[in-house]
Design a protein. Structure first.
Length: 240
């Protein structure tokens, strides 16, 4: 994957100044960005076994979700995303297959977590509208509005995590619950030995292909990139 080209695509969608410390990422609030997705800070810490990813926005986190359309084709997705420099093989995808990203998403028109019952109604097959977690592998695709997609795969042929939902995209549904309160979004994931790994933070819109074909899940717009240019200035730091 050509990282410079990827950075250029995202920069066209979100341009603003950001300042990073040695480990966290901080950004100036941008009045042109929906406050629920206006990233002001991102960080990630680990104890060597579990990693907590966090994001702060200028408004109320999680307050904006896509409107239901009643069908999978063309369905929209809102997402809080931490792209990383971690190899996808660490969480069960094919080695070197793209950019591994942790995503917290909401999409009322489809359920991609068949093993879990997010809304606790006794039916694990009617979720999706509530915020939930995924590992995804991102790749470039000029057919997508922001030049990025969740990689298309062939379940049964391509290497995928055991907890994947079986969709033809590089998507895992590990079932870890995000904590969203006030301006903050955070989630803790099993992630062994990844201290010092680089990361960034992005808020974005995705959409399922209206024809149901590849590219199946495109990034159609970027609200904001914490670093401004997807330069991965953040570092997963070891808790002291």
């Amino acid at each position: 994957m050509r990282l410079p080209a990827l950075c250029a695509v995202l920069l066209l969608s979100a341009a603003f100044s950001a300042v990073s410390s040695a480990h966290d990422i901080t950004a100036k609030s941008d009045g042109k960005v929906e406050p629920a997705f206006d990233i002001t800070k991102a960080q990630a810490v680990t104890d060597g076994r579990l990693a907590e990813f966090a994001m702060e926005v200028s408004g109320e986190a999680g307050s904006v979700k896509p409107k239901a359309t009643g069908q999978l084709k063309g369905a929209k997705v809102e997402a809080y995303v931490w792209p990383t420099k971690i190899d996808p093989a660490v969480v069960g995808f094919a080695q070197g297959s793209g950019i591994l990203a942790l995503a917290i998403t909401a999409h009322p028109d489809f359920d991609d977590t068949p093993l879990y019952d997010e809304n606790n109604d006794g039916d694990p097959a009617n979720d999706g509208a509530n915020w939930h977690s995924h590992w995804v592998v991102l790749g470039e695709d000029k057919a997508c509005g922001a030049g990025l997609k969740v990689r298309d795969v062939s379940p049964g042929s391509d290497v995928l995590p055991a907890t994947g939902p079986g969709l033809p995209i590089a998507l895992d549904s590990p079932g870890m619950s995000p904590l969203i309160k006030g301006s903050g979004v955070r989630i803790t994931m099993p992630l062994k030995g990844q201290q010092d790994a680089a990361f960034d933070a992005v808020t974005a819109e995705l959409q399922v292909n209206a024809e149901g074909k590849a590219p199946l899940l495109c990034v159609t717009g970027v609200h904001k990139i914490a670093s401004g240019k997807l330069t991965f200035p953040g570092t997963i730091t070891l808790k002291k």
